[in-house]
Design a protein around this ligand. Structure first.
Ligand code: DX5
Ligand code: ZN
Length: 216
């Protein structure tokens, strides 16, 4: 059974309270929160004030995905406003090992995100310092894009490495997850399914979350 982490990026921002209440009563495990700075990715989403407000609306895990340059500058602030997991992009971190140590020492779980073109070898040396790897299966910056099919074998390869080395690192899949491809993605080795448009554009989001949770 995968961990299901709906992304609020696809929610109606005029009704965030209702979105949080829906997730609270759903089978969703985590809230996935996408922070974009308009530099690392060509889009700007939301930041600290919104996450602070969401923190007050749920006791579930806040899984914060930073698509920003210089994430180390803001790690302590995200901890203060209640992030439980903080994920940084390897492409934005010339000192990734230090970033992971910082996040861990602040008491949060540390994640590494990987763009579709970035090889697994870019993170192998620090895999043991990460609680999760967020494998991007679309180019980050926007919701509602299609899953890049070649990412399936990338998931399998990462899973193999994690098992071989005996690490506990979880694989999170972010981008283009649908009810049609979720089983295949989970079989390939995903532990966590992020889903934005699939959940929030659904006629019945609660049922959709339940279907993702019980996909295998
Ligand atoms: C994309 C974000 C994703 C996004 C996923 O840059 O990291 O979390 O919200 O959206 P969907 O599920 O619609 O592809
Ligand atoms: Zn994300």
């Amino acid at each position: 059974m995968p961990i299901v982490a709906p992304s609020l990026l696809a929610a109606n921002f005029l009704h965030l309270k209702e979105a949080c209440e829906m997730l609270n009563k759903s089978e969703a495990d985590w809230f996935h929160l996408d922070v974009m700075d308009g530099r690392f990715v060509p889009n700007i989403s939301y930041g600290m004030p919104v996450i602070s407000a969401i923190r007050k609306a749920t006791t579930k895990v806040l899984d914060v995905h930073l698509m920003i340059e210089e994430p180390g500058k803001y790690a302590a602030t995200f901890q203060e406003i209640g992030a439980n997991i903080l994920t940084v992009h390897v492409e934005a971190c010339p000192h990734l090992h230090r970033n992971l140590q910082q996040i861990t020492s602040l008491g949060m779980k540390a994640g590494i995100a990987l763009n579709p073109h970035t090889p697994i070898s870019a993170i192998e040396e620090v895999l043991e310092n990460a609680d999760l790897v967020c494998m991007m299966t679309v180019n980050p910056g926007f919701g509602g894009q299609s899953f890049i099919p070649s990412m399936l074998s990338k998931i399998e390869r990462l899973k193999e490495i994690i098992i071989k080395k005996g690490y506990n690192t979880l694989i999170e899949i972010d981008g283009g997850v649908t009810l049609e491809n979720a089983a295949e993605i989970t079989k390939a080795g995903a532990d966590i399914l992020v889903a934005g448009s699939t959940v929030f554009n659904a006629k019945d989001p609660l049922k959709t979350i339940s279907s993702l949770k019980n996909i295998l």
